[in-house]
Design a protein. Structure first.
Length: 458
């Protein structure tokens, strides 16, 4: 064997057991007791040996909100690897007037000689033309089964386009991701706030109330139920939205909900901070009440929330500062690709909110299943890729931006106490992160072919 991990506690979405794990030529080849010490040996005594985390919601090196995100495909994937992530699936935005294939080709070129972990793309559709309808089945055939649309911003989509997309993707084995906020109502509320002189970052939250997330989440869920088509609702923040969706899902609809670490930690109280600090927390949807936070944790435990993605959308503070007196111009988003695993482990597993198996399910296995790369990714079994993160559940860290590897100049989790941290990250048998040191080379990450959607979660 090339690598043997000894004395650890192996964790999957279903099982937890003491065993050694052997790796050969980038694959898991043995799991058992007392494996011989061959090749490189890692002693994981007292630690959890988990599948590498599968990150299914990022915006890397992306033009967005009048700016460009801070990380390129090297810094973004180094940051990911140092946080236990071994696969990243990014949402590149189609450019109006151009095809989906063009944005995929551009992103493959951007990532190809920089990415240190495996990657793929789920194009965000901004302009639907007859050519785009023709592209979609071909792209699914080529290994791109996931697409995204928005119900807010200038490129929002209405019910006709969403219904047709759901039906088209169902017919060809695709899955639609959707950002649920009522953009038409939000536009009116923003316009009204500005006319009344309400221009600071605090009004980002008041102009995007939870009822507008509730209404759109319910609407698209009903459309998906009508068509018996799958749908993936990204970054849900609202208890009311989750309750609406849970009821429809309970009738058998294929609705999968994602939340994020920041929605599991922060509330709208962050917007009461001074303007620059508040601007750091301008994300969409905005933060809600403490009752929403608890509802999302409950949803994770009960299965109505299927995944946790970071929505890594890192901007420099100078970009955030542009809109301090004109809140619609603050870029929406925050860094989070490296902090996703430690935040969820610390706030979830260490505090007893979720089990270690549920942690692996929502951070590794479900994302891999929904985005077409399971069982190569997202689990540890014979024949799967040797993508592994080793977590020391006792390691305590005070989170500061200086510890992280993103090019962003802040983290929203500054000063937060963490218990449980990824200490080793292995991608296809190669150790990338160990003992606080990163050793991967640019361009070693591979593009991955992803399979059509299947009802593996149901």
């Amino acid at each position: 064997m090339d690598l043997v991990i000894k004395n650890g506690t192996i964790v999957t979405a279903l099982d937890t057991f003491e065993a050694d794990l052997g790796v050969k030529e980038g694959k898991v080849v043995q799991i058992g007791e007392n494996l011989p010490k061959e090749g490189k040996v890692i002693d994981a005594k007292g630690c959890y040996v988990c599948p590498g985390s599968v990150e299914i919601h990022t915006h890397i090196d992306a033009p967005m909100h009048g700016s460009r995100t801070a990380d390129d495909w090297h810094s973004g994937t180094v940051s990911a690897a140092c946080g236990g992530v071994t696969t990243v699936i990014d949402y590149p935005n189609q450019v109006p007037g151009h095809s989906l294939r063009e944005i995929i080709d551009e992103w493959k070129e951007r990532a190809g000689n920089k990415a240190v972990i495996d990657y793929s793309f789920a194009p965000a559709i901004q302009e639907i033309t007859p050519a785009v309808w023709e592209e979609i089945p071909k792209l699914i055939e080529e290994g791109y089964p996931n697409f995204k649309v928005f119900m807010t911003y200038a490129w929002r989509k209405g019910d006709y386009e969403i219904t047709k997309l759901l039906d088209t993707l169902k017919a060809h084995g695709g899955l639609l991701s959707i950002h649920c906020e009522n953009g038409w109502a939000i536009d009116y509320l923003i316009e009204k706030a500005l006319k009344e002189g309400r221009t600071g970052p605090v009004y980002h939250e008041t102009t995007r109330p939870d009822v507008l997330e509730e209404e759109t989440s319910m609407r698209v869920s009903l459309l998906a139920e009508m068509l018996d088509a799958p749908i993936y609702i990204v970054h849900m923040s609202s208890r009311k939205a989750l309750e609406r969706v849970r009821g429809i899902k309970g009738r058998g609809a294929m609705i999968y909900v994602e939340t994020t670490p920041h929605f599991l930690v922060f509330t709208k109280e962050v917007y009461k901070r001074e303007a620059m600090e508040a601007a750091k927390f301008v994300v969409t949807p905005p933060f809600r009440e403490s009752s929403d936070v608890e509802a999302l944790w409950k949803g994770l435990r009960g299965g109505s929330v299927s995944t946790i993605g970071s929505d890594h959308c890192a901007f420099f503070l100078k970009a955030k500062a542009v809109g301090l007196d004109d809140f619609p111009h603050i870029p929406h988003g925050a860094p989070g690709i490296e902090t996703r695993v430690p935040i969820v482990f610390s706030e979830g597993v260490s505090k007893g909110r979720i089990s270690i198996n549920k942690f692996v399910e929502v951070m590794c296995t479900n994302p891999a299943k929904l985005f077409g790369c399971y069982p190569e990714k997202g689990t540890l079994r014979i024949g799967s890729d040797a993508d592994i993160m080793i977590i020391d559940p006792q390691k305590e860290v005070i989170m500061t931006n200086s510890l992280l590897h993103s090019q962003a100049d802040y983290t929203p989790y500054e000063g937060m106490k963490i218990k449980g941290y990824p200490i080793v990250t292995i991608s296809r048998g190669e150790i990338l992160w160990q003992d606080g040191k990163f050793s991967g080379r640019p361009g070693r990450g591979k593009w991955i072919f992803r399979k059509r959607f299947s009802r593996l979660l149901d």
